[in-house]
Design a protein around this ligand. Structure first.
Ligand SMILES: [Cu+2]
Length: 130
C-alpha cells in the first residue's frame, strides 16, 4: 500500500511537468459526447470512459441485465486518474499512460450503481444501470 501511494505521488509530480508540455491533439475516442459512450456489440454492452485529469463522462446511464465491459481510454494521461479503483468489483489497476483497458462487469441489476475512483478518491465516475 505504501508503494502504491508513492507511485501515485510520483505520478502527480510527473503529471505537473507533463501538463505544460503535453500536446493538445487528443481527439479520437476521447471526444465522444456523454450520450454516446454506451454501445452494444454482439450482446455485450461497452461503456467508454476516458481517464485524463479525471474521468469523462462523469455520469453514464447504461442498461441493466447485460454483460458489460468498461473500456477505459487513456491518452497521454500522467495524473492519478490512471490509478483506477472500482470498489464494487474489488478492482484496482494502473492504466497505461496511453491505451485502452477493458474491465468486465457482471450483469447488473436495475438500479445498481458502479462507481470508479482514482486511488486517492479525488476523481470519480458513476455508471447507473436501469
Ligand atoms: Cu487522485
Amino acid at each position: 500500500m505504501k508503494t502504491f501511494l508513492s507511485i501515485i505521488l510520483a505520478l502527480m509530480l510527473i503529471g505537473g511537468l507533463v501538463w505544460l508540455t503535453s500536446d493538445p491533439k487528443d481527439s479520437g475516442t476521447g471526444s465522444t459526447t456523454t450520450q454516446n459512450n454506451v454501445s452494444v456489440v454482439n450482446g455485450r454492452q461497452i461503456v467508454r470512459i476516458t481517464a485524463k485529469g479525471g474521468y469523462w463522462p462523469r455520469q453514464t446511464v447504461a442498461k441493466a441485465n447485460l454483460p458489460t465491459t468498461i473500456k477505459v481510454t487513456t491518452n497521454g494521461s500522467f495524473d492519478c486518474s490512471v490509478a483506477l479503483t472500482i470498489p464494487a468489483l474489488k478492482h484496482r489497476s494502473f492504466l497505461p499512460a496511453t491505451g485502452e483497458t477493458d474491465i468486465d462487469l457482471p450483469e447488473q441489476k436495475p438500479g445498481s450503481i458502479v462507481q470508479g475512483l482514482c486511488a486517492m478518491g479525488m476523481y470519480s465516475f458513476v455508471i447507473s444501470f436501469n
